[in-house]
Design a protein around this ligand. Structure first.
Ligand SMILES: [Zn+2]
Ligand SMILES: [Zn+2]
Length: 469
């Protein structure tokens, strides 16, 4: 498990590459992938930012020895772009195989001839090659220190998340009898995947406490719980696991959740972080998780998680419940539950207008400053356990079906549920080519950049936008 090498694709990029390599002609085709680089603990992670398709006969040609290769003129500016943007250059071609793929001796000899020079040009960045079978993938990565690395797995992230390997994996099965009934739905192999997963829950209030309970009982192996708040009397109407004694003692919400999950599971590893989600050490922890549930209702947390999804390819969901009254009070305008899936390169919360810059700016003010500015943010919002439960259940359901790849949905979607109007909407997130976060074409966007750029800088972001209040 340690020192693994993984390459991450957005579903859109993988589909584009796959269509080009396997057009149905059984031939060999070529491309170049440019990827961001992240070192996460001992794992080397490559994040595909760009797929450049080589045109047969012009960019991808038969060389003097009779083998296919990419033209030097095609490679030249791409390797220099990678050097300048601190990305990893990967030459790509396909073999006709299905679930197994490996480089041929001819492939490896051509790497040994060509890659020392490419690595010199790359100036401290790795370079390498990918070879794809129809449902398999392998890599030969040349590290700056002179070592060569193979691929542990590729992860393709759409709404569903799927994994590809150089060869079929022995299917590991969980036999823990606690999970006998749910195994009937997602199988012993699915249960094993859950037992190996690290999942973060940000915000352990009304919604997050339910999410944490669901994940704990489902058998998720490791839970990272993040919330700085303590239990108050008014939380008892909806905080799962909290007692009157907790309200009197002011127990940390993360400790309540940890205790509650522990009562149902001896095996779960639970990390309770009583900090703001945007604290630097928390952000470091979040880079290493497999999935994030965002149940904290600050714009600051939304901006940070939205950025991590795009920069490090960590799938997430933002969930919430909201009650709005008609002006004048009394009657309800609406009561909504939402579960918005967040995936790299397929729209985001910022594009979709879900990060309000005025609110974001006020979150950096002190309480006194906020009162003086009378932003109205100190008025408590309505919160009801059953509305919270709808959002939590839908988000955890989506997590199960998508994370275990039990349905094939490449496109990201938001789920909006109105309880007053008794309607559900499946909304496609907005995607702007000029988005600073999710655009794959804007040259300075965060998308797939990994360690090459800073994680979202809260204060500068808030102040760089016009304040309309
Ligand atoms: Zn080959
Ligand atoms: Zn965006």
């Amino acid at each position: 498990l340690n020192s693994r090498v993984r390459v991450f694709f957005s579903a859109r990029h993988y589909a584009e590459l796959h269509r080009h390599l396997f057009p149905g002609d059984r031939g060999e085709h070529g491309a170049v992938v440019m990827a961001g680089l992240a070192q996460i603990g001992s794992e080397t992670r490559l994040l595909v930012r760009d797929v450049v398709l080589a045109q047969d006969g012009r960019d991808y040609v038969i060389n003097e020895e009779g083998y296919h290769s990419l033209k030097a003129t095609f490679i030249g500016h791409l390797i220099r772009t990678c050097r300048d943007k601190r990305m990893v250059y990967l030459a790509v071609h396909n073999h006709g195989s299905d679930r197994n793929v490996s480089f041929s001796q001819i492939d490896l000899r051509s790497h040994e001839r060509g890659y020392p020079a490419l690595r010199d040009i790359a100036d401290g960045m790795p370079v390498g090659a990918l070879v794809l079978g129809r449902r398999s993938i392998e890599m030969d990565l040349w590290m700056p220190d002179g070592s060569r690395r193979n691929l542990t797995e590729a992860v393709v992230i759409g709404q569903s998340i799927c994994h590809l390997f150089p060869e079929p994996q022995a299917s590991l099965k969980s036999t823990n009898e606690t999970y006998g009934r749910q195994l009937l739905m997602f199988g012993a192999a699915g249960q094993h995947i859950l037992s190996q997963a690290t999942v973060a829950v940000i915000g352990l209030g009304g919604i997050g406490s339910l999410v944490a309970e669901f994940l704990g009982r489902l058998g998720v192996g490791k839970l990272i719980l993040v919330d700085p708040d303590r239990v108050e009397q008014t939380n008892l109407s909806r905080l799962v696991g909290a007692t009157m004694q907790d309200a009197e003692a002011g127990t940390l919400k993360v400790e309540v959740a940890k205790r509650h999950i522990r009562e149902a599971s001896r095996t779960a590893q639970i990390v309770a972080l009583a900090s703001d989600a945007t604290a630097p050490d928390v952000v470091e922890t979040l880079k290493a998780v497999d999935f994030i549930f965002l149940a904290a209702d600050t714009m600051r947390a939304r901006l940070m998680v939205n950025g991590l999804v795009q920069q490090y390819f960590i799938p997430a969901v933002q969930l919430g419940a909201k009650v709005t009254a008609k002006s004048g009070g009394g009657t309800l305008d609406d009561a909504m539950s939402v579960a918005r899936s967040l995936r790299p390169g397929d729209g985001c919360l910022l594009c979709s207008g879900c990060i309000d810059s005025t609110t974001l700016a006020t979150e950096f003010l002190s309480d006194d400053e906020r009162r003086a500015a009378d932003y109205g943010t100190l008025v408590p919002n309505p919160s009801v356990i059953s509305l919270n439960a709808v959002a939590a259940a839908h988000a955890v359901n989506d997590f199960l079906f998508d994370f275990l790849n039990l349905r094939n949905r490449p496109a990201t979607r938001f789920l909006h549920m109105s309880h007053i109007h008794e309607r559900n909407w499946i909304v496609t997130p907005a995607h702007s080519a000029t988005c600073s976060e999710c655009s794959a074409t804007r040259s300075d966007s965060r998308f797939a950049r990994g360690d090459a750029v800073q994680v979202v800088a809260m204060k500068s972001f808030a102040t760089s936008r016009p304040r309309t209040a």
